[in-house]
Ligand binder design. Structure first.
Ligand SMILES: [Zn+2]
Length: 479
């Protein structure tokens, strides 16, 4: 749409499952993935009359840590509300959510769109419980309430995203941050992070917002980006016909057909008849509690990236890769602390190790190579005891495949660099004696002859001679 006369306006709602063992308002297990249907249920999350919900403190704590990482304000007072609607996946007949007094609001998230940073404002992050899961089969619909009552964060952005690429960058940055702070696994294959994208168009320069289509329940980055692109093209064609959207609508997305399809006119707040949840007290958050939580927020990915680039001169691409996961960043930082050589650490981790792990579909936690092993390897290179070539070509693979300590590999393979001055002098003397013509040529100013002599020494030591020492010794003897 870059050359188009339209500006794209996108806002995202993200639902992320909070990483806790139990549900939002009862003590049922929250582990619903691939479980026998209706195994993890109780009268509270099944909505039986007379049952009383209890707020899960750990859910509040993890939700607030995410809110702090997203720079949200946390008002001391918030409350839960009933969002009423009737649907078979919702046995209570209402969802417990937060309407006008959410637990946090007015934050922001920095995103990197093809190398340019952009700040996207966050309207609110609130807590709520999830609905059950319906499976439509040939003769009817199956209801599974294992998911019913699971704790969610709903994170709503301002409509500040301007393309599918920006929406994708925002969603990825959100996943990284939620994982960094441990508030959510944000694992989309298990339905632990889902997106609703509101898309509308307006003429460039216009300030008003036109009616929008909300695309519900997108569950991968690819679906998110494809659905937005499709919806942009569809709405642009409508405006070209002089129509546009007549009102806000809700649509679905078919991955199979690569198309959005109409679901219903968009509900407004009035449709849900929100009212305060009478069975729950207001949620009071003290400044002391917030201060305590603030200490648990780790350095954020964008801050780490800036530090890697500025202090350690790591490239932009490597910084992005190394901070994409907190365990990976910690692994990398451990190597740097033991070697004080961030550049070599970035090269061994970012380039060599990560490409092997990616090939084998392994995570950094599953790697047989510990941070300590890479640190040892780098220190051996920096002390002149191992050549970079041997490290890359002969040592690293064995470390990776077998998890063997580099010092053991070097001894077994005889790769240790020869730095014994006496031994090197003997070899140099022999090479010079065997090649008198080259010595004459070198003295006559032929550099090539000198490089030949160095080559002969290297050959005699199977490439393991300390190159600086060889230079020094050869020149000393010839002189
Ligand atoms: Zn329950």
């Amino acid at each position: 749409m870059e050359n188009s006369k339209y500006e794209v306006v996108i806002g995202l709602e993200i639902h992320a499952q909070i990483s806790i063992q139990t549900k939002m308002f009862c003590s049922c297990s929250s582990d619903s993935f691939n479980k026998e249907p209706n195994l993890n249920v109780c009268p509270v999350c099944m909505g039986f009359p007379g049952q009383l919900p209890v707020i899960n403190k750990e859910a509040v704590r993890k939700g607030l840590i995410a809110a702090l990482a997203l720079h949200c304000e946390i008002p001391g007072f918030s409350k839960f509300d009933r969002k009423n609607y009737f649907y078979p996946d919702l046995p209570k007949g209402f969802q417990i959510s937060q309407y006008d007094q959410p637990v946090s609001q007015m934050g922001w998230l920095d995103i990197d769109v093809a190398g340019t940073m952009k700040k996207i404002h966050i309207t609110r992050l609130h807590l709520e419980d999830d609905a059950g899961k319906l499976s439509h089969i040939e003769n009817g619909t199956l209801c599974d309430y294992n998911r019913s009552g699971i704790a969610l964060m709903e994170i709503v952005s301002e409509p500040e995203l301007r393309s599918s690429a920006e929406a994708g960058a925002y969603a990825r940055a959100m996943q990284t941050i939620l994982r960094y702070v441990g508030s959510s696994d944000a694992d989309m294959e298990k339905g632990k992070m889902r997106f609703d994208a509101s898309v509308s168009l307006r003429l460039k320069g216009e300030a008003k917002l036109n009616p929008r289509a909300e695309i519900k329940n997108l569950n991968s980055f690819r679906s998110l980006e494809s659905a937005i692109d499709y919806e942009i093209e569809r709405q642009a064609a409508l405006y070209e016909e002089g129509k546009g959207l007549e009102g806000n609508i809700t649509v679905g997305w078919s991955d199979e057909l690569q198309k959005t399809y109409f679901l219903r006119d968009k509900e407004g707040a009035d449709d849900y008849r929100y009212f305060p949840e009478p069975d729950l007290p207001p949620l009071i958050v003290t400044p002391d509690f917030i201060a305590e939580l603030q200490k648990e927020v780790p350095e954020l990915p964008t801050d780490k990236q800036a530090r890697y680039r500025n202090d350690w001169k790591i490239s932009e691409a490597e910084s992005l890769l190394l901070t994409s996961d907190l365990s990976l960043a910690q692994y990398f930082e451990e190597i740097v602390s033991k070697t004080e050589d961030p550049k070599k650490a970035a090269s061994f981790v970012g380039t060599i190790l990560m490409s092997k792990l990616k090939r084998d579909v392994l995570s950094i936690q599953e790697s047989k190579v510990s941070a300590d092993m890479i640190a040892k390897l780098i220190n051996l290179i920096n002390k002149g005891k191992l050549s970079m070539n041997s490290a890359k070509a002969e040592v690293f693979d064995v470390m990776y495949e077998q998890g063997t300590d580099p010092e053991v590999i070097i001894k077994e393979k005889g790769l240790e660099v020869v730095s014994d001055a006496g031994q090197l002098e003997e070899i140099c003397k022999k090479v010079l004696a065997d090649n008198p013509q080259s010595v004459v040529d070198y003295k006559a100013g032929k550099d090539k002859a000198y490089f030949f002599l160095v080559g002969q020494v290297m050959k005699a030591t199977k490439g393991q001679a300390n190159a600086d020492m060889v230079n020094e010794i050869l020149k000393k003897i010839i002189a």
